[in-house]
Design a protein. Sequence first.
Length: 379
Amino acid sequence: MEVIDLTQVPAVDNHCHGVTQDQAFEYVTGWRRAFTESADPSMPRDHVTTTSFYRRLIRTLADFLGCEPEEEAVFAARTEKNGRELTHELLLAANVEALLLDTGFPPPEEVFPVPELGQIGDCRAEPMLRLEVLMEDLLAEYDSLEEMREALAAALDDVRGQGYVALKSIAAYRTGLDIREWPREEAEESFHEYRRTAGAGSARLVHKPLLDTLLHVTFAQASRQEIPVQFHVGYGDADTDLLLGNPLYLRPVLQRPDYRGMPVVLLHECYPYTRQGGYLAAVYENAYLDLSYGIPLLGYGEMLSFTRAALGVAPSSKLMYSSDGIGAPELHWMSAIDGRRVLGEALGEMVAHGELDLPEAEAAGESVLRGNATRLYRL
Ligand SMILES: [Zn+2]
């Protein structure tokens, strides 16, 4: 079987996060923490080093840094470089054309500012607006749900004009993807309950009728402006209820004819719900499936398997590459290497099966790595 060579195709990373400016870790366990979604302290100490992801990371990094493929040597070699140098070298090697950044996390003061990260990586860097952060900021200022709805609609009146290429929601982390329409009284009650919990300031928005109601305000704006909305789906840290992170819950939103102008991007291959996400991308014209190769932190075989599943059910014009890299630049970098390799292998299999010819497979690889995102986000 011939693997499709995508090594020279630049990548548009359609969903990632900022890189932490300070890359100095006193202990290796601090660095290991970047490669687990667990908050349990014994995980980086006792278990992270035995994941297939981490073993692959150490080998791939050792090759890049020119040292022994052992954790100690790799950690020492990466620690010799400052955050800016390391990020520059890794992003250049990753051949990244554009980074679309979820600025909601990590806190802005910890990471390179968006334009600066673009300079460091010699690539485009564009921000995306995290909706729950905007909502929490506005909720601190308004005394009625009606005023809040109007303020939110006004804040989202011209999303592209404000410099954002997309919106992002973490409803899956907060109250689940079963985003409903609530009777007015219940939404009002939820608003007042939020205000009571928050006191004078802003607080974590985990009030379902309120969050769902505000999301519908957002969807109306996104549909009108044809702005993509990215949803966290599936795999995340222990904060997420994976049962409520199933993309099939989004059906009522996807079914609404008045929301068809809003491209819905299902993030993280919806892992482990990749087949469900791929199905949605196959059935709804405005549903897209993101394939992220940094996080979830998976082994090669599992990445190949979700890529096969996605390519097997969804049109390749609906799939987009990302890293979901966050904090450590190694994630953005290794994801690009792995993504090209895995995609190349999965597409090569399709050629071997007689589903695609070679030029079609190369074109599909280019679409997933950059073309589809360039069009969808109007880059
Ligand atoms: Zn993310």
